[in-house]
Ligand binder design. Structure first.
Ligand code: SIN
Ligand code: FE2
Length: 205
């Protein structure tokens, strides 16, 4: 992998890290994962449905409902485990995430229409020494990143299909979100929209 752009300390961006064939293969895996554990608009703990629909790859998946945010070994409807982690994602994690401890979850975020994601921290994982690796597929997102306090100034950048970014070190707990997705900016996702994959180690190493 080439040298990333250090957007802010700990937040690195590899523009166009994945070629079109790799992106298409990931979309096929995402659609298959949706057959195993259907895309769901989880409720926030406050009881409001999220505009982003989610599924996961791997032994664990991130879920949310009135009991809070957490990782679970199956979808909330209970019957089936998540789709297995694609080998290409395991390889990417080994290269840019952690060379020794495998990722145990990949959250699949599906943005259609006006879906967005409010400013938040990723803090449901046991050990923040592991980074979060993020892959953008499909329509371009207007992404926002700030500091570790909600009051810190933020900056906005576009994430296009094939871009990979990483939150680690001083940016691991940075507030971030997606202000909006630019409809029609990519033809990758059947039916339009954006897919974001976030690879993580949820359990302790
Ligand atoms: C997330 O913070 O979970 C998603 C970020 C993104 O969609 O780029
Ligand atoms: Fe996040």
């Amino acid at each position: 992998m080439m040298t990333p752009i250090a957007v802010v300390p700990g937040f690195d961006l590899w523009p166009q890290a994945l070629d079109r064939a790799t992106q298409e293969a990931l979309i096929a895996a995402v659609l298959a994962a949706g057959e195993v554990a259907p895309f769901t608009h989880y409720d926030t703990p406050m009881g409001k449905p999220m505009s982003v629909a989610m599924s996961s790859f791997g032994p664990l998946g991130w879920v949310s409902d009135k009991d809070g945010y957490r990782y679970a070994d199956r979808a909330p409807d209970g019957t089936r485990p998540w789709a297995p982690m694609p080998a290409a994602l395991e390889d990417l994690w080994r290269e840019l995430g952690d060379a020794n401890i495998p990722a145990d979850t990949c959250l699949i975020n599906l943005y259609r229409g006006d879906a967005r994601m409010g400013l938040h921290q990723d803090r449901d994982e046991a050990d923040p020494r592991f980074p979060v690796l993020s892959i953008s597929l499909g329509d371009t997102a207007v992404f926002r990143i700030g500091g570790t306090s909600r009051k810190d100034p933020t900056r906005s950048l576009k994430l296009a299909s094939g871009d990979v970014c990483r939150l680690s070190g001083p940016a691991r707990l940075a507030f971030h979100g997606v202000d909006r997705v630019i409809a029609g900016s990519s033809s990758l996702v059947p039916g339009g929209g954006r897919i974001n994959l976030t690879l993580r180690r949820a359990r302790a190493g």
